[in-house]
Design a protein around this ligand. Structure first.
Ligand code: PLP
Length: 390
């Protein structure tokens, strides 16, 4: 049985294995070859795992760039001493240009009008006394219909860009809508549309810079998308997508044996005997059908046990899988530990991770409740202390 980490405070915590992240990064490197670059996606606080610690670790391991959502996430990394290029994946908001330039972040242009805003700011910036141009990446909407310049706007982009002497197109990218569905033809369509846009740029004498498109799913299963750089998020943290069809998923997983980096644990803070017929928790959504021993654990939905897990799925106590029972509340959850010999107050409960020979990981739970692993990782509460284990 895992003994858990002892610290002062409410007994719920996350252990993040840096050696698992190292292992996963090496697998990605081995897969794509040494010549391609890796942009580690550490947006949303590195999927809830802690952007600063995770990025410092990945920086020491030599990743070439980082991807975040917005300028405040980028500034947090700069202030923590990250020196690699930091790409703002979802662009920027009008008014943010100055701080982006000041912190040497790399903005994404996802709308034509952003090019003018950026050129104006770059021209104004005192740093523009240097002959170096200010670098940005261009996002192409190749068919996801979410964010990016559409292929029909490329001519206009080329004309506008020619009038931006202070800017340099340092990269061009797109994003896949269905990278984890190996039966879908959408990936190929997106690749073709993107390739056509790249040709248009080159024919007009515009270098697209570093070309990138592959997220985790495409890294694992679509070599044709690796291009100059890949953008792994979930795989770095040790989680595969739920690939379709399942037979292919099994072979992808065999080929890349990731190590999940997160263990999410709490302790039992109360134990009680509940007679048959008695309800447990809010709205009496669980009623004991036999005399049961119910443990209360110091973790609820504000900590990251999502509410969809009410009466659903298991956690591990003393190396055994035991069911969550009743409604998950904000700070507490209940577990039926009737079948766990010797169960005691203070025992460690593993919500995700390994305890002895038994393991249950965030990707399995995500699959069970019909969501993606990133959704569960991002749900880890701010008040849950993160411990980084080497
Ligand atoms: C533009 C972009 N690239 C890469 C990623 C990484 O995705 P994944 O976690 O599937 O590797 C994301 C994540 O949503 C993204 O938005």
């Amino acid at each position: 049985m895992t003994r858990g980490i002892q610290f002062e405070g409410r007994p719920v915590w996350a252990e993040i294995s840096l050696s698992a992240i190292t292992h996963n990064l090496h697998l990605v490197r081995r897969k794509i070859g040494k010549k391609r670059r890796i942009l580690a996606v550490v947006k949303a606080n590195a999927y809830g795992l802690g952007a600063v610690e995770v990025s410092k670790h990945l920086s020491r391991l030599g990743v070439e760039a980082f991807g975040v959502t917005c300028s405040s996430e980028g500034i947090e990394l700069r202030e923590a001493g990250i020196c690699q290029p930091i790409l703002l994946l979802t662009g920027f908001w009008s008014g943010e240009e100055k701080r982006i330039l000041h912190h040497n972040l790399t903005p994404t242009i996802a709308r034509l009008d952003q090019l003018r805003l950026l050129e104006r700011a770059a021209a104004k910036s005192r740093a523009r006394k240097s002959p170096k141009k200010f670098r940005f990446h261009l996002k192409i909407d190749s068919g996801m219909n979410r964010l990016g310049i559409s292929p029909g706007q490329i001519g206009a982009f080329i004309r506008e860009y020619a009038a931006c002497p202070h800017l340099e197109l340092a990269g061009t990218f797109t994003h896949f809508a269905s990278a984890d569905d190996l039966r879908s033809t959408q990936n190929e369509q997106q690749e073709n549309i993107f390739a056509d846009v790249l040709s248009q740029l080159r024919e007009a004498g515009v270098s697209p810079g570093i070309v990138h498109m592959a997220n985790s799913g495409a890294i694992c299963a679509r070599e044709s998308t690796w291009s100059d750089m890949v953008r792994p998020g979930a795989v770095l943290y040790g989680y595969h997508q739920s690939f379709e069809p399942p037979e292919v998923a099994a072979s992808v997983k065999r080929d890349m044996r990731l190590k999940p980096c997160l263990s999410f644990r709490a302790r039992i803070i109360s134990l009680r005997e509940v007679a048959a017929g008695q309800p447990v928790g809010y709205s009496a959504k669980f009623v004991a059908d036999h005399s049961s021993r119910i443990a209360v654990i110091a973790a609820g939905y504000a900590d990251g046990i999502v509410r969809q897990r009410s009466n659903r799925g298991c956690v591990i106590v003393r190396g055994r899988l035991v069911p969550l029972v009743g409604t998950i509340s904000m700070d507490l959850s209940m577990v039926d530990v009737t079948d766990v010999p010797g169960v005691a107050l203070g025992d460690v409960v593993t919500i995700y991770g390994q305890d002895g020979k038994t393991a249950i990981h965030a990707d399995q739970i995500a699959h069970q409740i019909g969501t993606v692993t990133s959704d569960l990782l991002c749900a880890l509460g701010r008040r849950v202390p993160r411990f980084y284990i080497s």
